[in-house]
Design a protein around this ligand. Structure first.
Ligand SMILES: Nc1nc2c(ncn2[C@@H]2O[C@H](COP(=O)(O)OP(=O)(O)O)[C@@H](OP(=O)(O)OP(=O)(O)O)[C@H]2O)c(=O)[nH]1
Ligand SMILES: [Mn+2]
Length: 180
């Protein structure tokens, strides 16, 4: 693979797009899922000022292991150990019950690497903005509010990682009346 970061990022976007090709978001328009990982990487670059290529790659790939047939070993062989490790850190164990997965995110957030914390901040910021944009199919207003409350608990454990992203998250929690 070329060592230019532009070529590396294009290779990574293409890999993620192929992996998520049949997946859609839960919004009423069934937006292509790939819009989410691209948007998370773009938040890190454009709003967070992050230029670390491996963090941007991990953002692009962050839901491939959780939501597609991709394995951490595959990511390691294609993109190297650092990118694979960051994705591993932000991957939920889908064999666990939902409540347990949610609890573990709150518990683990403060212990993640700086690079993984950045991806987690941008992931939450994207998803909360998406909830403000429209309600996922089948979600009640209560479930949306619960997601904000839970996200604020995860985000508290990520403090001191990126001031710009944390301020934007804080504003979203404030608008919802959620303690942060
Ligand atoms: N807001 C929103 N979220 C959507 C939409 N479509 C898919 N999602 C995904 O749904 C997840 C949040 O829904 P939940 O019901 O709380 O989680 P679950 O799918 O893991 O059970 C997020 O997963 P994630 O990215 O892995 O993040 P996390 O919530 O697990 O941290 C988010 O990306 C959509 O239209 N709007
Ligand atoms: Mn995500």
């Amino acid at each position: 693979m070329s060592s230019s970061s532009t070529a590396v990022l294009l290779e990574t976007i293409n890999f993620a797009a192929e992996k998520h090709r049949n997946q859609r978001r839960k919004d009423p328009d069934a937006t292509p899922y790939i819009n989410h990982p691209i948007g998370v990487a773009r938040i890190l670059s454009y709003e967070g000022g992050i230029a670390d290529t491996e963090v941007l790659q991990a953002a692009l790939l962050h839901d491939t292991v959780e939501d597609t047939d991709t394995t951490i070993d595959e990511l390691e062989s294609v993109f190297g150990p650092t990118v694979a490790r960051i994705v591993q850190e932000v991957t939920d164990d889908k064999s666990l019950p939902r409540e347990e997965r949610k609890r573990l995110q709150v518990e683990h957030a403060p212990h993640c690497s700086h690079q993984a914390k950045l991806v987690k901040l941008a992931d939450k910021l994207y998803n909360l903005r998406d909830l403000n944009r429209c309600t996922p199919t089948g979600w009640t207003a209560e479930r949306v509010q619960e997601y904000f409350v839970w996200a604020s608990r995860v985000t508290k454990g990520l403090r001191g990682t990126n001031a710009a992203l944390e301020e934007k998250l804080q504003q979203l929690f404030f608008e919802r009346g959620v303690e942060f």
